[in-house]
Ligand binder design. Structure first.
Ligand code: CDP
Ligand code: MG
Length: 441
């Protein structure tokens, strides 16, 4: 099956041709005709198998020229980086079409985005929060919307986004087509989808959770942070780790790890998480994309959707707590039929998460033994130190009758006048020699 054989029009075919793409991927091929029929679609396919074009091709095919330039198609994604990426994909495919696409996302200048939206947009790519702002301030006109695409739909129906998503769904014309995509789908989300959408036709390239065979997975059992750092240093001596994303559990750990690698990987390592300014986030991804950075330390904020070419390795410095995120994280490598390697560091407390991940994939991640000469660190970080539980001491409040009147004479000890004490002299007297506190290092 080639793109020519799908019912794609000339401008799209020419654009695909310019990209050098002749054959649709399984999901692109399967989704096309169902989408053209107008039904709601839920497309499930593994990471890096072309879901973006799977929803863009039929959607752009059906887009109608309108001179009032009101949005006909809204694409929702969970992160700002994905907004930018999907816009780039729309632009690639619409090289021979005249259409306007606008990105609406938090952290960007709202005035600029409002002006862009007002000057006309056929397609909007957005994160939910900022799009709601645009509806509230009257800039977003929804009456011409015919299609809604939700990428990473399971994430978008998760608790973090659910409320915003519900608000948006209420703002859109009820008579519209919904296209929902992800590499993973939980039973809970599938049930929610039945409530919110019009009985979507499920189109699967592979069942949810199927690992990609072109990603080589392995794990190391590593006891603690500093030993993980030592192992990472040792692994990084191998040049074949040429473009590596390293995922940590939290922003704090991302920054801590950055502190450890900054010196040995001078100028070659970037860090991205949600506390970074948006400009910095975009610059960091760009520097990783163009090869300035060899390493990108990240939280799950970039676990989903990002299509960065030739990521050689994904390293889970910490194991993700939701098994689906493991699938998305390792899916940053081995995209579009390339080979990739995913390495996970597993500490004792992570073992149960590994079991959940393996159950989801129906695959046991092979264990590699720690390399010879690896320095096992005994030092623990403050967070790794066992927590001391202090007894909660309840301070008794004085009974009211003990307190006395509000205005009263100072008690004798409070009438003392402050006298400057010479502690060194006092100590010298006590110890029979001058004692000085050593200054701070
Ligand atoms: O969304 P998903 O993780 O399934 O993948 P994507 O972000 O759409 O990325 C697919 C990659 O494969 C992109 O780099 C595309 O340029 C490329 N590709 C494609 O989408 N379709 C083809 N027929 C051939 C290549
Ligand atoms: Mg995608």
């Amino acid at each position: 099956m080639t793109f020519e054989e799908l019912n794609i029009n000339k401008p799209l075919l020419n654009a695909l041709n310019d990209l050098g793409f002749t054959h649709p991927t399984t999901i692109q091929h399967k989704v096309f005709s169902v989408t053209m029929s107008g039904k709601d679609v839920c497309g499930i396919a593994q990471t890096g198998t072309g879901k973006t074009f799977a929803y863009l091709l039929p959607s752009l095919r059906q887009l109608q020229y309108s001179k009032d330039r009101l949005p006909q198609l809204i694409i929702l994604v969970p992160t700002r980086e994905l907004v930018v990426q999907v816009i780039e994909e729309v632009e690639k495919l619409s090289k021979y079409l005249t259409l306007q696409v606008v990105g609406i996302y938090g952290g960007g200048n709202i005035k600029v985005q409002m002006a862009e939206l007002k000057s006309g947009a056929d397609i909007i790519v957005a994160t939910p929060g900022r799009l709601i702002d645009m509806a509230m301030n009257g800039t977003l006109k929804t009456k011409a919307v015919k299609k809604l695409i939700i990428d990473e739909v399971d994430e978008m129906l998760n608790l973090g986004f659910r409320h915003q998503l519900n608000m948006l769904l209420d703002l859109l014309p009820p008579k519209r087509q919904n296209l929902l995509f992800s590499a993973t789908l939980t039973a809970e989300v599938e049930a929610l989808m039945k409530v919110h959408f019009n009985d979507p036709v499920k189109v699967e390239a592979a069942p949810t959770g199927t690992p990609l065979s072109n990603i080589d997975q392995r794990l190391y059992k590593v006891p603690n942070f500093y030993t993980k750092v030592n192992l990472l240093d040792q692994l990084l001596e191998d040049e074949s780790l040429s473009r590596v994303i390293i995922f940590t559990a939290t922003k704090k750990l991302a920054d801590q790890l950055f502190g450890q690698l900054e010196v040995s990987q001078l100028g070659k390592v970037g860090v991205i998480h949600s506390n970074k300014a948006q400009n910095n986030r975009f610059q960091t991804v760009a520097a990783f994309q163009d090869g300035t950075y060899r390493l990108l330390i990240a939280t799950d904020i970039i676990a989903r959707g990002l299509d960065i070419a030739e990521v050689s390795h994904v390293i889970n410095f910490d194991i993700p707590e939701t098994p689906e995120n493991y699938i998305h994280r390792i899916g940053r490598t081995g995209r579009a039929d390339q080979m990739g390697t995913a390495i996970s560091f597993v500490s004792e407390k992570d073992q149960e998460y590994v079991e959940e991940i393996e159950a989801l994939m129906k695959y046991e991640i092979p264990e590699t033994s720690l390399p010879e000469g690896l320095k096992i660190s005994e030092i623990l970080t403050a967070d790794e130190e066992p927590k001391v539980h202090m007894k909660n001491i309840v301070v008794k409040r004085p009974k009211m009758e003990d307190v006395g009147p509000a205005f009263h004479e100072k008690k004798a000890k409070n009438q003392k006048v402050n006298v400057r004490r010479d502690y060194n002299a006092e100590k010298a007297q006590k110890y029979g020699r001058p004692i000085k506190r050593s200054g701070k290092k």
